[in-house]
Design a protein around this ligand. Structure first.
Ligand code: ADP
Length: 485
């Protein structure tokens, strides 16, 4: 089975968020299940800048290709590289007008850029002679790919057997633009309709992806259910319910080589479950680095996050002082909304021996916090998958979470009797329950050492591998192919 992963971001070539990590990792693991993957992405300016840092080279292999249907004469070239350390080809759509901004989501016109990329995918595959079984598209930037396939390319022999899987990484971003882009896209006018890509007087690229793909998935089973409700559906819940029987949830994996406490060069001291005492050496070093009292008697609660409403900071702000009145230390790393940056700085002044607020983006410090903390806090309002809790589990740091989306699928409430479970949490989005969950975790840390050890063991043994996810993806590729047949 040949699968083209189509994405605006792919690690390490161009990364803004988690989307890049997923598309950069998944193809490597698909190979283990006899899938032949190729990757298609725009040749953003940053791709050239990253070449030296990540030791890959770019080679131009085709040039001057037009994109019929679009209201533009802009032509594109195709460059080729490979996912580092593999022979998986990456084809890059190059056009100086559309893809030469400094940042991925900058440029003359985000809507035109996404339309151009989506339509160019078809011409690129033809020129390359790459007949694929599955087009695996990702997020709104590629949402129009199945719309093109099922309208303007529907009679094209080259794509007669091709099916589409759409992965939604975050429903909060949909690609909503002025209806005038219909004209630029060359798509038939009848699509500008409530049953098509029209959305409250505008056009919605993700809606196109949802309606026209053969199969859809999101990045956790719980989020796949949640987004079909009004509360989480971001105005697309109705459309998602319509596709309910073709909508799946597959958890992301994490890179076990990169996130490994036994070999991670970014942390102070390497450790494993067998030598868990060394985790506490990390804790002492972190306390020292952040000017907190060096002690193992007090639990360190870590939190690493974008400081935005999605992450549950409103309910945290209601009870943070109560939390700090317990015998704990709190280490925050994050940037984002000014009001939250200021709140954490303020509280650091009030509790200098207990709070360390690091308002910066720092990947090395992040790793040290994952390794050194006893608990990791993620009280998200919604969370499609979430990586923070997965890294924490891998480093034996016990997550305290709101049970939503991927958090509900990876963190299991600790059951004292059965000694099962790997964390603590709460369901209702309410600060009182958040406080209660933190208090429960602190009680276990302080008064139930045997259980705490078991929690760490359960956490570190949780299966978060990409193998598991890749296997699930192959199953839904087959579901899509069977539907077409
Ligand atoms: P989201 O993608 O919604 O931001 P995730 O939990 O899926 O949330 O992923 C966030 C990732 O970004 C994690 O790997 C986290 O460690 C990292 N991160 C967030 N803020 C910072 C920061 N200030 N410094 C370093 N890493 C950060």
């Amino acid at each position: 089975m040949k699968v083209a992963l189509v994405s605006y971001e792919v690690y390490p070539f161009a990364k803004v968020g988690g989307l890049a990590d997923v598309v950069g990792a998944l193809p490597k693991y698909l190979k283990k299940f006899s899938v032949e993957p190729i990757v298609i992405m725009p040749k953003h300016k940053i791709v050239e800048k990253n070449a030296e840092k990540f030791s890959y080279s770019l080679r131009k292999i085709k040039e001057n290709i037009s994109v019929p249907n679009l209201k533009t004469d802009e032509k594109f070239d195709i460059y080729q590289t490979f996912i580092p350390g593999t022979q998986i080809p990456v084809y890059l759509i190059a056009n100086d007008y559309y893809f030469s901004a400094e940042q991925v989501y900058e440029g003359p016109d985000l809507a035109e850029q996404a339309i151009y990329f989506s339509a160019a995918v078809f011409e690129a595959l033809k020129v390359l002679g790459e007949k694929v079984d599955v087009l695996h598209i990702n997020d709104w930037q590629t949402g129009l790919v199945p719309v093109y396939l099922k309208t303007l390319y529907k009679d094209d022999e080259f794509f007669s057997k091709t099916v589409v899987l759409l992965t939604i990484h975050n429903l909060g971003y949909q690609g909503i633009f002025d209806s005038s882009y219909m004209n630029f896209s060359g798509l038939p006018d009848y699509l500008y309709n409530i049953d098509g890509i029209e959305f409250y007087g505008k056009i919605n690229f993700l809606k196109g992806g949802i309606l026209f793909s053969d199969v859809i998935n999101t990045v956790s089973p719980t989020y796949a259910q949640e987004i079909q409700t009004k509360e989480y559906g971001e105005k697309l819940d109705g459309v998602l319910r319509l596709r309910s029987s073709d909508l799946y949830g597959i958890l992301n994996g994490i890179d076990y080589d990169e996130y490994n406490p036994e070999t991670d060069k970014r942390i102070y001291v390497n450790y494993s479950l067998q030598e868990i005492e060394k985790k506490y050496e990390n804790k002492k070093m972190l306390q020292k680095e952040l000017n907190l009292p060096q002690t193992n008697d007090v639990p360190v609660i870590g939190m690493i996050t974008r400081l935005v409403d999605q992450k549950g900071l409103d309910i945290l702000s209601e009870v943070l002082r109560y939390i700090l009145n317990m015998d704990v230390q709190f280490v925050l790393l994050g940037t984002g909304d000014k009001k939250y940056e200021e709140m954490f700085k303020e509280i650091e002044k009030e509790f200098p021996d207990k709070m360390s607020a690091n308002i910066t983006f720092d990947i090395v410090l992040a790793q040290k916090i994952y390794a050194s903390s006893d608990m990791f806090l993620m009280p998200s309002r919604y969370e499609p998958c979430g990586l923070g809790q997965m890294y924490s589990l891998r480093y034996g740091t016990i997550p305290v979470v709101r049970y939503t989306g991927g958090l509900a699928d990876t963190v299991m409430e600790y059951d004292e009797e059965a000694m099962k479970g790997n964390g603590f949490g709460f369901k209702e989005y309410d600060s009182a329950y958040l406080l209660k969950a933190v208090a429960r975790a602190v009680d276990f840390f302080k008064n139930k050492k045997g259980h705490w050890k078991k929690l760490i063991e359960n956490a570190m043994k949780t299966d978060l591998s990409w193998e598991r996810s890749a296997n699930e993806y192959v199953k839904i590729y087959n579901k899509a192919l069977n539907k077409r047949r």
